[in-house]
Design a protein around this ligand. Structure first.
Ligand code: NAD
Length: 168
């Protein structure tokens, strides 16, 4: 079975990694849909789709023979989103998600929904990780896989966020 795992991954954190590992125990191939691919250079979406793909790929090196990583931009119509996703990815039978909107849309489109357990959900929150990055709290690194932290530092994502938080 092949399944999609949609997410914004701003940034890809240790909770996401647990979800991927949980999924790979249940499906043959996983399609990681990097959603909101058009978004970047904002405090909510600091990384480009390409930067997110790099971070995910570096983290999942040992699994890459079973993984696709595909960017998909958002569209204005939620009701058409599953059909939109389908045009970007290989054929699949199931979706892996805990996001209520994503769940409803794929369910209504007739797909099997696999819901992973919450892996320390209150700890691994991308919004909090971005807040730590912006405030200069170095503990953000504990919440993301090591390759993600390295790429965020190499690409100057924190400096970018600080610049974006300034007023003109
Ligand atoms: P996310 O990066 O917050 O999370 C990705 C997945 O991991 C989610 O299913 C989330 O529940 C799960 N997760 C995160 N931490 C976890 C943890 N600790 N334990 C267990 N599960 C955990 O992404 P998201 O917000 O779900 O992303 C959905 C994407 O789909 C967004 O880019 C959104 O814009 C897109 N989308 C677009 C449309 C449209 O274009 N109309 C409609 C629906 C969704």
């Amino acid at each position: 079975m092949r399944a999609v795992l949609p997410g914004r991954f701003q940034p890809f954190h240790k909770g996401h990694l647990k979800v991927v590992e949980w999924a790979l125990e249940r499906v043959d191939e996983l399609i990681i849909v990097v959603g909101s691919a058009q978004e970047s250079h904002t405090l909510q979406n600091p990384m480009t789709a390409g930067e997110r793909i790099l971070a995910i790929r570096e983290t999942l090196k040992e699994y890459l023979d079973r993984i696709y990583i595909i960017p998909v931009p958002d569209i204005l119509m939620n009701a058409s989103w599953v059909a939109h996703v389908k045009t970007y990815v290989p054929p699949f039978e199931a979706v892996i998600t805990r996001n209520p909107l994503v769940k409803v849309l794929f369910e209504e489109a007739g797909y099997k929904v696999l819901e992973p357990p919450a892996f320390e959900r209150s700890k691994y929150v991308a919004t909090n990780i971005r807040a730590m990055m912006l405030s200069g709290d170095p503990s953000w690194k504990e919440f993301v896989p090591e390759p993600v932290a390295k790429i965020i530092e190499e690409l100057g994502i924190i400096r970018r966020m600080r610049e974006l938080s300034k007023r003109d």
